[in-house]
Design a protein around this ligand. Structure first.
Ligand SMILES: [Zn+2]
Length: 86
């Protein structure tokens, strides 16, 4: 028997049941010609309700994935904004 899945508003509603997580669309934080690719996706683990920001950094064809809790991602955003405003 299938359980009714409740998706967060931002979920793209693809493979949630099979992956056990909700995922947003992936946003690219790059511009044409950038040496490093940066993609960001919001992910929520369905069973734990833990929300993470997944960053994919691609350099010379190799992708590395980092998952950061949302609160830490907000703190990182503040740090980046502060550094770039110097
Ligand atoms: Zn979902």
């Amino acid at each position: 028997m299938n359980q009714l899945i409740v998706h967060p508003e931002w979920c793209r509603r693809a493979d949630c049941a099979s992956t056990g997580s909700h995922q947003s669309a992936t946003f690219n934080a790059g511009r044409p010609g950038d040496l490093v690719g940066v993609d960001a996706t919001l992910v929520e683990l369905e069973t734990e309700g833990i929300r993470m920001l997944r960053l994919t950094i691609t350099e010379e064809g190799t992708a590395a994935h980092y998952s950061v809790p949302v609160e830490q991602a907000r703190a990182l955003s503040d740090v980046i904004t502060s550094l770039l405003d110097v």
